[in-house]
Design a protein around this ligand. Structure first.
Ligand code: ADP
Ligand code: MG
Length: 666
């Protein structure tokens, strides 16, 4: 039973002006009654209907439904359990099929399974005579058919009251009569129907007629007493499952696919940049540890003198004096390290092969015996050598850089160099040329040696030196007539952690301020930190473009809210809570982000595949761009968070739409 007492409603126009629209309405409508509200346009019919239906609770007076005050109860629950709406302009969701439209209210009933929902929706369509139109879109239906779909939808949750605002206003008289017949059948089954109409013929068919003029009741005539006593119905729980939100928002997302694709493409640009920055960082770090891992032992400590009062230099540049060598050896002894080598290095070596000086290549010659602990490991198999083998200290020999091999073979710097090419040079004689510290070209000294091996181009990126045997080094020193230049004193510890501890111990020691005491591992770590900073910086800058993407998403959602105002109004009237509406819009933003991630992941992987080999030939690092699974995941999560943040405002706008207002907008 619906009891309205002393109901007054005023609309405020501006700050001061108040327009009374409903003035002291008192009326009672029985359960199961077919009631008509008639009156001229502007007499307040729709306003009254909105109040009865709970869409508008801003009034004075009392409206009680089964004894409960509409201003005090949970409106969404009231809608789901008791009210079904039918509108003059149908308000069907245009991108959903007929059956989907009918299912919209059913998603709020957690007791139904998906197949039960389908079954129920089909039953309802059969009830209104539309069983053959299930998969049609509303645009393919006539007005009468659309209104039947709307009626089926209004009945979905078994309401005990149907509220219809001029349901036949847009229909011809024959169709109109059919719709009224349908509503009449419903009242026979015990449903209350309250209907606004202009049509006096329709009013004739109802049980009662409420006549309004200027917001006042002119007359209330009950032609037929309604005897049916309505049993109080047990209220169902109202819950919307996540799957339904995902499904409906995906439909809406798909319905605007072109526009969403554009936004996703825009978003991809930033994501691609971030993925590539991460990928490049990984590639550099991996290459670094590979190179240092093969050319330096992690157990090796290298100590050398720093020029310019201790500024950091990544490699030794000046020879140590005898007293400095002694000092370093003492340090190793204090640390109980027994395996110590003086490392002889001579820079600026040129090459002559077959009586011809090789132009454009020079190298830093080092005595290979300074790293015996690693010596045997450096083979063709592990990739350090392209061909041949390492030198043996008693015999004459040199492992030459790949650049020198290319020059000898007459190949360009970027040309491929195979093991077979290298094999041709093994055992061949080569001259090492030295013009002295001052590059005095008039006094070039030559020393003959034998090529025993060629370094793999991908492994010599940082290790610019090339190894010669102790015999070749001694021959060279003798012919050049120079003192053995010891650039560093190296030591090998038993464990890597011991090497790292020693490095750490002397790091801030003032006495050793002019020395670099280094370990390859520690060096790779520092270098990785450095690359990581750059990577994060680039990623951050790329991330800024994601803020732009966020704004785009916010705009596109906001446009969606404006376009879908009536749809949102219908959903709210059906009983969807504010948070459900919010969820539907946020989910749509989620789909845009996911699409953007899929697109950019594909693009970034393609770029990595195409560019890595080019970088390899240019820089010599393998797999320079390596995007890991974690990079993809982190980027996805970050962009989802951004999408979430930027969808808060438009989603809230949608959720807070006034349903009565939204449905009025034609
Ligand atoms: P009916 O449905 O009988 O044609 P309405 O209930 O829609 O009449 O409107 C009643 C009166 O209230 C009209 O004068 C209309 O202009 C006014 N009105 C309706 N909605 C608003 C509103 N949101 N703000 C101000 N005035 C309104
Ligand atoms: Mg109206």
């Amino acid at each position: 039973m619906l009891e309205i007492t002393a109901l007054q409603k005023t609309y405020k126009l501006g700050k001061k002006k108040e327009i009374p629209v409903l003035k002291n309405i008192n009326v009672t409508i029985q359960d199961g009654e077919f009631a008509a509200i008639i009156g001229k346009s502007g007499s307040g019919k729709s306003t009254l209907l909105n109040i009865i239906s709970g869409l508008d609770t801003d009034y004075t007076g009392k409206v009680l439904y089964n004894g409960e005050d509409l201003q005090e109860i949970d409106m969404d629950k009231y809608h789901v359990n008791h009210v079904g709406f039918i509108f003059q302009s149908f308000h069907l969701v245009s991108h959903m099929s007929v059956v989907e439209n009918v299912k919209v209210p059913l998603y709020l009933n957690p007791e139904l399974s998906e197949s039960e929902r389908n079954e129920r929706a089909r039953d309802l369509l059969q009830q209104v005579g539309l069983e053959n139109f299930e998969s049609q879109k509303p645009a393919q239906l006539s007005g009468g058919q659309k209104q039947r779909v709307a009626i089926a939808r209004s009945l979905a949750n078994n309401p005990d009251m149907i509220i219809a605002d001029e349901p036949t206003g847009a229909l011809d008289s024959v169709t109109s009569a059919e719709i009224i017949q349908l509503l009449q059948d419903l009242t026979r089954q015990g449903t209350t129907v309250i209907l606004v109409t202009h049509d006096l013929n329709i009013a004739d068919k109802t049980d009662s007629v409420l006549r309004l003029a200027d917001g006042e009741v002119v007359s209330f005539e009950r032609k037929k007493e309604v005897t049916k006593k309505h049993s109080l119905k047990k209220e169902k729980k109202l819950r919307l499952n996540g799957w339904a939100i995902a499904k409906m928002s995906f439909r809406s997302f798909f319905n605007r696919k072109f526009r969403n694709l554009l936004v996703a493409l825009g978003t991809s640009i930033g994501i691609i940049a971030i993925l590539l920055a991460f990928g490049l960082g990984n590639g550099v770090n991996q290459s670094l540890s590979k190179i240092f891992g093969t050319t330096f032992s992690p157990n090796q400590i290298t100590t050398y003198y720093l020029e310019d009062g201790g500024s950091i230099s990544p490699e030794p540049t000046v020879p140590l004096t005898n007293s400095e060598i002694k000092k370093v050896k003492q340090l190793y002894q204090d640390e109980n390290i027994s395996e110590v080598y003086e490392r002889t290095t001579i820079k600026g070596i040129k090459f002559e092969y077959d009586e011809e000086i090789l132009e454009g290549v020079s190298g830093e010659m080092q005595e290979a015996n300074f790293k015996p602990a690693r010596y045997e490991d450096l083979t063709v198999e592990d990739g350090y050598l392209l061909s041949g083998k390492m030198v043996e200290s008693e015999e004459s020999g040199a492992v030459i850089p790949s650049g020198v091999a290319r020059k000898i073979l007459g190949k360009s710097d970027t040309a491929e160099l195979t093991k077979k090419d290298g094999d041709k040079l093994i055992g061949k004689k080569i001259m090492l040329l030295y013009a002295g510290r001052n590059s005095d070209s008039a006094n070039i000294v030559k020393t003959e040696t034998v090529i025993t091996g060629i370094t793999n181009p991908s492994k010599e990126g940082f290790a610019r030196g090339f190894d010669v045997s102790t015999k070749t080094m001694n021959d060279f020193i003798e012919t050049a007539g120079i003192e053995k230049p010891i650039l560093s004193v190296d030591a090998f510890t038993k464990t890597t952690s011991q090497a790292e501890q020693v490095v750490e111990k002397y790091e801030n020691d003032k006495e050793w301020a002019n020395y670099a005491i280094t370990n390859a591992n520690a060096f790779v770590d520092t270098f990785s930190q450095f690359t990581n900073i750059i990577v994060y910086l680039v990623a951050f800058i790329a991330g800024l473009s994601l803020a732009v993407a966020g704004v785009m998403i916010a705009i596109i959602l906001y446009i969606g809210v404006v376009e879908r105002t009536r749809e949102i109004g219908v959903f709210r009237a059906i009983g969807y809570r504010k948070r459900h509406i919010r969820g539907l819009f946020m989910m749509e933003a989620g789909y845009i982000i996911i699409l953007a991630n899929v697109l950019s992941s594909a693009a970034a992987m393609t770029i990595a595949k195409l560019v890595s080999p080019i970088l390899e030939t240019k820089i010599g690092f393998e797999e320079m761009i390596h995007i890991s699974f974690w990079n993809f995941l982190v980027t996805l999560v970050i962009t989802l968070i951004i999408g979430f943040l930027f969808s808060i405002y438009p989603s809230n706008r949608a959720a807070k739409l006034d349903a009565a207002e939204a449905l009025r907008s034609e």
